[in-house]
Design a protein around this ligand. Structure first.
Ligand SMILES: [Mg+2]
Length: 145
């Protein structure tokens, strides 16, 4: 077996285990659609379990044997995050974009007040109206379940 084929076989075998773990997760929890912060907490929880296994492996402990399984779980959760994004069901996704827009608008106003640019009164009114609208949309999105 060539070195390349050997590497491909290892990747294929690892992916099979990650997919099997994904199926276990789906059977246990069903389709999961979380906001980015919740996903980060779930992923970090799995990374923490990997870390615990690594420490047990390094210094001795009962979780040492679980190192590889925890790595598979980290990969499976990361895969779930990609799936959630691709389904278009990640809550607050729009809010993140809107927040970025709001920050940009506020910077624009700050630049104007620092006299970097000169807007006329109508342009300033339009910018302020856009900020107010973005604030309202963001507040509504944050209140949504
Ligand atoms: Mg785990």
């Amino acid at each position: 077996m060539s070195e390349g084929k050997c590497a491909a076989a290892i990747i294929e075998s690892a992916l099979e285990e990650v997919l099997a773990e994904r199926m276990r997760q789906n059977a246990k929890w069903g389709e999961q659609n979380h906001d980015p912060i919740t996903w980060l907490a779930i992923l970090t929880e799995e990374v923490g379990e990997f870390s615990e296994a690594a420490l047990h492996l390094r210094f001795g402990g009962p979780k040492a044997a679980g190192l590889r399984a925890e790595a598979v779980q980290v990969a499976a959760v990361a895969l779930q995050i990609v799936e959630c994004i691709d389904r278009g069901k990640m809550p607050f996704r729009r809010t993140v974009l809107e927040s970025a827009l709001l920050i940009s608008l506020k910077r624009l106003v700050a630049a104007e007040s620092a006299s970097k640019w000169k807007f006329d009164a109508e342009e300033i009114n339009e910018i302020e109206a856009a900020i107010e609208q973005a604030d309202t949309v963001i507040a509504r999105a944050e209140l949504a379940p």
